[in-house]
Design a protein around this ligand. Structure first.
Ligand code: HEM
Length: 198
């Protein structure tokens, strides 16, 4: 990608990222199952063009919402004192912003799949806290990963509608985003499944 900005802990495409244990064929079938099509690819790019200048506003909204929910901000807090770790929140925020852009513009190839596996590991006890070297709680429950799909999707619509696109285009961008988020969380669930259950 064109941006040269260095984001600490953002390891997309780096050799240290482990290979995602999913075959191309299984990924193809997963895409088919969320009804992700070439048209969605096109509308996801359009969504990216609309969202790229609004990333900070989106993050302000999401972070405000997480911050006002003690049961969620808990996962960004110090394990012993329960106080939210501001540097942790800030470090994740930068990678979260980059994720919005990546989700819209990256090709869903092997490199992308591998990083989805990595993001799953970073929410799971296998790797949470390691990237930012923090002493936070060890694991984010799977039920919250799944439940988050709703707020991450529902709150994006007003941002998609802000640049003067037709209602039909907004609807198509919204559906492409919704499918891409479901697809991501389906991939992020990998470390959570027992051997043989994924
Ligand atoms: C649809 C569901 C979710 C999305 C799209 C999402 C998105 C992200 C992204 C993009 C990152 C940074 C990935 C990277 O390191 O490059 C991240 C990390 C993180 N997210 Fe989530 N997340 C979701 C669910 C949750 C939930 C339910 C919580 C709990 C409140 C949460 C808390 C965190 C924390 C604590 C990190 C840092 C993990 C680490 O230590 O590396 N996330 N998330």
């Amino acid at each position: 990608m064109a941006q040269a900005e260095v984001i600490p802990g953002y390891d997309y495409g780096k050799p240290i990222v482990p290979r995602a244990p999913i075959t191309d064929e299984d990924f193809k079938l997963l895409k088919k199952t969320v009804m992700f099509s070439e048209e969605d690819e096109k509308y996801l790019r359009m969504a990216g063009d609309v969202l790229k200048e609004q990333v900070d506003d989106i993050l302000n909204l999401w972070y405000g919402w997480v911050g006002s929910n003690p049961h969620l901000v808990y996962y960004f807090a110090d394990k012993n004192t329960g106080s939210p770790l501001a540097p942790y929140l800030e470090a994740v925020r930068r990678r979260f912003g980059r994720w919005i852009i990546d989700l819209c513009f990256r090709k869903f190839d092997r490199e992308w799949l591998d990083y989805q596996f990595e993001i799953g590991l970073r929410h799971h006890r296998s790797k949470k806290n390691r990237t930012d070297k923090v002493n936070s709680v060890e694991h984010i429950p799977l039920r919250y990963m799944v439940a988050f799909i709703y707020p991450i999707t529902a709150t994006i619509k007003p941002f998609l509608a802000k640049k003067g696109h037709s209602q039909e285009e907004v609807e198509k961008m919204f559906n492409a985003w919704f499918k891409a988020v479901v697809l991501s969380v389906a991939l992020w669930s990998m470390p959570y499944a027992k051997e043989g259950d994924y």
